[in-house]
Each structure stands twice: as C-alpha cells, then as structure tokens.
Design a protein around this ligand. Structure first.
Ligand code: CUA
Length: 162
C-alpha cells in the first residue's frame, strides 16, 4: 500500500511536467504566431525567371509609395547585386519587399529588421517590415550564390522626418 503510493507520486512528478511543458510550448507558439505577428514569409506568386525584366512589377524595379507611410520595394536579385541596392524611406515607414531572382538562389536579409527571405528563380517573395528607427540598415544576400556572394549587398536608409 505504502510502496504503491510512492510509485504513484513519482509517476505524477513526471506526468505533470510532461503535460505542462508541451502545453506551455504550444501556448508560446500561439502567442508568437498570432500575438507578435511572427510568420513565415509567403510565396507571393510565380514568374518566368527568364523574363523577369519584362514582367511587372520587376520591369520597373525601385521604391514606390503605396500609402501615407507605406512603401513597396520591387527588387531583383542577380549575381551579384540587388536592384535597387539603395532604398530610402522616412522613419516610421512600413516597407513591403516584393522580390525575385533572375538567375540562381539568393537571399535577402536585413539585420535589425524583420526581413529574411530567399529569392528563388521563378518565385516571388514578399515580406513586410516596419522601420521605426532612423539610420542605415545593411541588406545582405545570405544564400551562397557564387564567387562574389560576399559582395552582394545594399542598404536601406531610414531618414528622419523633416
Ligand atoms: Cu546572392 Cu549570395
């Protein structure tokens, strides 16, 4: 009787955390997914990778204002450059990057902003970030794309409002 109760307590000491830990992780996942707005960048469409420069919106790469404080960057990645490679927006802007690759797989990574996507030939990547701090943000290719991969970069310049 007494031994049975001890075994039961030991079992309980393992069973309770083994339920509580996954429940806690699930709660953390739900909070980050729905509360903090963290999500995997979506595939925003397909494109013929051999006709990128003739296909809208990539026939006119650059920065377009889409609202009072929102901008869209239409970007092409190719060996070994981003077009455009310098983006200027006022502080507080919400910037949506719509990007693709003309040749091999590249990446678009902006440390300090919520931007981390792959640029895959034939696929359009879309990611939105808010720039609440003035300054320069380095933009890097973070997928190895050949001999000059390390030179493939650019910057987002977030300007103070006048
Ligand atoms: Cu492009 Cu590495």
């Amino acid at each position: 009787m007494k031994q049975g109760a001890t075994v039961y307590l030991y079992e309980l000491a393992w069973i309770l955390p083994s339920i509580a830990i996954p429940v806690g992780m699930l709660a953390a996942l739900l909070v980050t997914a729905f509360g903090a707005g963290i999500h995997v960048p979506s595939v925003a469409g397909r494109i013929d990778p051999t006709r990128v420069t003739e296909t809208a919106p990539f026939d006119q790469p650059g920065v377009v204002q889409t609202g009072p404080v929102s901008y869209e960057v239409r970007m092409i990645g190719q060996i070994w450059a981003f077009t455009p490679n310098e983006i200027r927006v006022p502080v507080g802007s919400t910037v949506t990057f719509v990007a693709t690759s003309k040749d091999v797989i590249h990446g678009l990574f902006i440390p300090g902003a919520n931007v981390n996507v792959m640029l895959i030939p034939g696929q359009i990547s879309r990611v939105t970030a808010r720039f609440d701090r003035a300054g320069e943000f380095f933009m890097a290719c973070h997928e190895y794309c050949g001999i000059a991969h390390h030179t493939m970069g650019g910057k987002v310049i977030v300007e103070p409002r006048s």
